[in-house]
Design a binder for this molecule. Structure first.
Ligand code: SAM
Length: 238
C-alpha cells in the first residue's frame, strides 16, 4: 500500500475507534470494567485478565516507591481503572486522557463518586498522538490493540518523548497461537467485532523504546480465556 493509502486507512480506523468507544464500545467496556453482573462469560474473563494487568502495574509502582513525588500520564485511560487507584495511592498528579469523550466523562464521574482529590487529577479528551507534556511515568494499557505494528512503534517513540523515567505499556502479543486465532476470527466475524484488532511483535516495541534511550526493566504476560496482554515496563537509561 502507498504511504497515502496507509494514512487514509489509519484515519478511517481511528474514526471507527472513536465512534465505537463513544457508543456501543463505551457501554460494553464500561460494564466490563465494573462490578456489573450484566456481562457474558467472555467479558467476565476479559475483566479478570485486565484486572491482573492493572494490579501488576500498581504493584510495580508501589515496589519502586516515591509515588507521592511522581506525575503520571494514563494515556487511553478508559473508565479510569488505573488512574483512580493511582490517585488513591497518593500520586502527585494523574493526567487521564482518552480519545473518547464518554470514557473521560466516566473516569471523572467515578473519581467524584470515590471522593478523590480532583485537584491532583486532570481529564482530557485526546488521542495518543496529540498528547504533550512531560511526566515521571507514562502508562498506556491495552490501547495498542488499535495500532498496527509500525504505528504502535511510532507511538512508543512518541510516548518515550513524554516520559522522564518510566514507561509502561501493554499490548496483545504476536504468538503463533494468537495469529491463528486471528485468522480463524476473520472467517467467523461475530456481531461484537466492531474494531480491527492488531497483535504486535514485542521485539519491535522494545527496539522502538531502545532507540529513545529506554530499556526493559520487567515484563509479564497476563492471560485469561479471551485476554492476552504483554505488559512491559521500560526505564530511561540516557
Ligand atoms: C480496552 S480499553 C483500555 C482502557 C484503559 N487503558 C484500561 O486499561 O483500563 C481501550 C481504550 O483506548 C482508547 N483509545 C483507543 N484508541 C485511542 C487513541 N488513538 N488515543 C487515545 N485513546 C484511545 C479507547 O477509547 C478505550 O478507552
Amino acid at each position: 500500500m502507498t504511504e497515502e493509502g496507509l494514512q487514509e486507512q489509519k484515519q478511517s480506523e481511528k474514526a471507527e475507534v472513536l465512534t465505537y468507544f463513544n457508543g456501543t464500545g463505551f457501554e460494553r467496556w464500561n460494564r466490563i470494567y465494573s462490578n456489573s453482573d450484566d456481562v457474558n462469560k467472555v467479558q467476565r474473563n476479559i475483566r479478570i485478565g485486565h484486572q491482573k494487568t492493572v494490579d501488576d502495574v500498581l504493584s510495580w509502582i508501589k515496589e519502586a516507591g516515591g509515588i507521592s513525588q511522581q506525575s503520571f500520564c494514563d494515556a487511553g485511560c478508559g473508565v479510569g481503572s488505573l488512574s483512580l487507584p493511582l490517585l488513591s495511592l497518593g500520586a502527585a498528579s494523574v493526567a487521564a486522557s482518552d480519545i473518547s469523550d464518554a470514557m473521560v466523562a466516566e473516569t471523572k464521574r467515578r473519581a467524584e463518586l470515590d471522593g478523590l482529590d480532583l485537584t491532583r487529577m486532570t481529564f482530557k479528551t485526546s488521542d495518543l498522538e496529540s498528547l504533550n507534556g512531560l511526566f515521571h511515568t507514562v502508562i498506556c494499557l491495552d490501547v495498542f490493540i488499535h495500532y498496527p505494528q509500525k504505528a504502535a512503534e511510532e507511538m512508543v517513540r512518541h510516548l518515550c518523548n513524554l516520559t522522564e523515567k518510566r514507561l509502561i505499556v501493554s499490548f496483545a502479543p504476536y504468538t503463533p497461537f494468537l495469529a491463528l486465532l486471528k485468522i480463524i476470527g476473520q472467517f467467523f466475524p461475530g456481531p461484537s467485532k466492531t474494531t480491527r484488532a492488531y497483535i504486535l511483535r514485542e521485539k519491535g516495541i522494545v527496539n522502538a523504546a531502545f532507540e529513545c534511550g529506554f530499556r526493559v526493566k520487567q515484563r509479564k504476560l497476563n492471560q485469561a480465556p479471551f485476554y492476552f496482554s504483554q505488559l512491559v515496563e521500560f526505564e530511561k537509561i540516557k
